[in-house]
Write a protein that binds this ligand. Structure first.
Ligand SMILES: [Zn+2]
Length: 106
């Protein structure tokens, strides 16, 4: 199977148009860790559902619509956005983390 690749402009992860058609301004994209679990970016202690901000800054971008995950470092380096892996956004712990993420950011 060929690797799926999202559209991205200017090496900027926030410009991803996911393979499923989702964008930052549509359903949103979420910063995640290497397991695809949304990370906590605020100052307060991370809620248990969210992952800690990775110490090595190795971040991924999760599409909460379809569960495709892109690696930020690859996008910033190459200007392309191959799908790194895919998670099930309907199942815990990802589903819970997505819910908490949106609760915190609204
Ligand atoms: Zn998607």
């Amino acid at each position: 199977m060929d690797t799926e690749t999202a559209d991205v402009a200017g090496h900027d992860v926030t410009t991803i148009t996911c393979v499923c058609g989702n964008t930052v301004s549509k359903d949103g994209l979420i910063q995640a860790n290497a397991q695809g679990i949304p990370v906590h970016s605020g100052d307060s202690p991370a809620p248990p559902e969210l992952a800690e901000w990775p110490a090595d800054e190795d971040l991924y971008t999760l599409c909460p619509s379809c569960g495709r995950v892109y690696r930020d470092a690859v996008i910033e380096e190459t200007g392309t956005a191959p799908v790194a892996f895919r998670v099930d956004v309907k199942e815990a712990p990802i589903a819970e983390a997505i819910r908490v993420h949106w609760n915190l950011s609204t």
